[in-house]
Design a protein around this ligand. Sequence first.
Ligand code: NAI
Length: 414
Amino acid sequence: MSQNSPNTNVQVLLLEGVSQEAVRIFEKEYGKQNIEYITYALQEDELIKKLQEKKVTILGIRSKTKVTRKVLESASNLVTVGCFCIGTNQVDLNAAKEMGVTVFNAPFSNTRSVAELVIGATISLFRGLGEKNIKMHNGEWCKSAKNSYEVRGKNIGLVGYGNIGIQAGVLASGLGMNVYYYDPIDKLRIGNAISCKSLKDLLSVADVISLHVPDIPQTRNLINKEAIAQMKDGAFLINYARGSIVDIDALDEALTSGKICGAALDVFPEEPASNKEEFVSKMTAHENVLLTPHIGGSTTEAQTDIGISVAKKLVSFAEVGTTDGAVNMPELNVPKKSEHTRINHIHNNVPGVMRKINKIFADNNINIAGQFLQTSGSVGYCVLDVCLDGSAVEVSQIFKELKEIEGTIKVREL
Ligand code: NAI
């Protein structure tokens, strides 16, 4: 990518104080003068103005900047948006796809952070640290081994065996725990992890249950009264996934009755929108519930990793055309650029487009040295290496003809 001098055709706008690691990557690639760094989110109108004024090609945001259809329609130079976070709800992904704007995020950057905290919570629950900590703060010295256990040899049940579930399982196994998991998708078992045929099977065997499923209709209130009844008496529950997954009233009842001996919760059905708002929950009444403010994935390491991972994806996309990890484009891994001219053609996935692209080059006696194509749903994503040196026809004429192909969404030279 980075040659001797920075590529000054690219204009980068970074909002919401994305990490300095990301800034350094862009500065190296494009030079300081082509990067604007703003520490806060811009409102729609300000964002539109900025994107147009600066002819921004790469936009970096976190979760607060809303990249709406209106924003995307107004930003004709924009080729990619990097979400320096996990979620991408703040971007109108369909509109971006229709306009050939490729969106990236960092889905795995905080996986390890969550998994580590699950282990911290597991040990804390088995040792009753929640109550002990509150008592100490109140001046109570309560030295006792009662209801205090090692985690070694205990059963941890992971509901959802995806990125976080697997990592948590590996760490738990290192502590000598027996790892059980339930996932409707057939997953490769890591180490000695045991797959359960049903959620019921898992709930009935686990001493501590940890939830690692997405927030989808099938997982809403997955842990309800009926599921709790299937748990071992005195089990622990950890929810570091999403608040909607646990029926909080049912949990409240189970904690009061002692059916569930303790819980660790990082996510809630209703969470304060900012640090200025009060946290209100029935769970504050239970001393044996460890409460954290949705910080499962919030570590310095995760933030650094997000910065590096998203910045690299954006540069690789802008310079080489690689869409690996894109959330709204067909994923295509292309080799490094050679001495040829590289062109990216994004189009509607309909018959005949590739034939028309190839015809333009053939008619102009231009050799295609390499062609890479991936389609997904409504979009076709193509990267071409062509030999324009010595060609009689103007490059601008070739681009004009490529743009005129029916179904073309975006064409750019890399
Ligand atoms: P993932 O997509 O890698 O794994 C989710 C797994 O859940 C998949 O294997 C899927 O097949 C499985 N699954 C789906 N429906 C299921 C069901 N009904 N029963 C059992 N398994 C089911 O997701 P990842 O990265 O492991 O994240 C898991 C959760 O953690 C998500 O809800 C995510 O939002 C949350 N999370 C929370 C953070 C925090 O700060 N507390 C930070 C990062 C993620």
